[in-house]
Design a protein around this ligand. Structure first.
Ligand SMILES: NC(=O)c1ccc[n+]([C@@H]2O[C@H](COP(=O)([O-])OP(=O)(O)OC[C@H]3O[C@@H](n4cnc5c(N)ncnc54)[C@H](OP(=O)(O)O)[C@@H]3O)[C@@H](O)[C@H]2O)c1
Length: 234
């Protein structure tokens, strides 16, 4: 990452996932990255999106290590919930499943912003990016279906926008963005990607996303980009 201070400090949340693992791999290979930490439900410290205390504790542990973190990547998310795949029709909607999708895909990331965004640098570029999904775009929804996943990612997009607006004075060079990684060969997409026109290796998608993030500045904060650097509509 050439646009961050050298050496830069990075943290990846969801470091056990397909995309989280690939992000860590790239950052470990980057000579400009001085330190990268992967957080997940079984890391030290553990971080569970359903437990705000664990997020608060992880943020405190990061602060003990360094006052500022240049790159924060949220690679968490869920699609299949307790064996329930995405709904094809309204009649399949189950409130508990939908609530769980919101808890993991929207409220969890909002809590990450709450506790970790204060760790972003105040006087130089810092990035806090979260993995959303194109299907979370309301403007781009021409197919319907996948109600809980779509709606939870749409909520996430709004959370990104709102966080970026709040931070624009306290962290003037912060880049807070939602990302669409493309359809990638991971556990999450495995049952649903047969008809995808293109399936990316996680290494390819995350390499492309890091390059996109390197090219963004504060004027892009609060927006939504795909792995090819195209801005997507909310
Ligand atoms: N793969 C795709 O094609 C694709 C396309 C568009 C968008 N995305 C988005 O990209 C992100 C990453 O997806 P992926 O494909 O890498 O999926 P994945 O391999 O299933 O990884 C999901 C990650 O989320 C973590 N997670 C789930 N519940 C959690 C909780 N309660 N607390 C903490 N972490 C939790 C998982 O941790 P555990 O290992 O502990 O379960 C795992 O690290 C998701 O937001 C997804 O919506 C993916």
């Amino acid at each position: 990452m050439e646009s961050l201070q050298t050496p830069y400090r990075a943290v990846v949340i969801g470091a056990t996932g397909g995309l989280g693992t690939a992000f860590i791999h790239h950052l470990e290979q980057d000579p400009d990255c001085g330190h990268v930490i992967g957080l997940h439900r079984h890391s030290d410290p553990p971080l569970d999106l359903l437990d705000e205390g664990s997020i608060q504790h992880a943020a405190a542990r990061l602060l003990e290590q360094a006052p500022e973190w240049d790159l924060i990547l949220d690679a968490t998310g869920i699609l299949t919930i307790d064996g329930h795949g995405p709904e094809k029709r309204l009649r399949e909607l189950e409130p508990e499943i939908m609530a769980h999708a919101f808890a993991i895909n929207a409220i969890g990331p909002a809590l990450l912003f709450k506790h970790l965004a204060p760790l972003l640098p105040r006087t130089r570029k810092g990035i806090f990016a979260t993995l959303s999904a194109r299907v979370g775009s309301i403007a781009d929804n021409h197919l319907g279906g996948w109600l809980s996943y779509r709606a939870s990612k749409a909520a996430l997009n709004q959370i990104v926008r709102t966080t970026a607006l709040e931070l624009r004075f306290s962290h003037r060079q912060a880049v807070i963005v939602a990302l669409q990684p493309g359809t990638c060969a991971t556990r999450l997409s495995e049952p649903y990607r047969k008809r995808a026109p293109e399936v990316l290796a996680p290494e390819t998608a995350t390499d492309a996303l890091l390059q996109v993030l390197d090219g963004l500045d504060a004027s892009n904060s609060g927006t939504f980009f795909d792995f090819e650097g195209q801005r997507l509509p909310f």
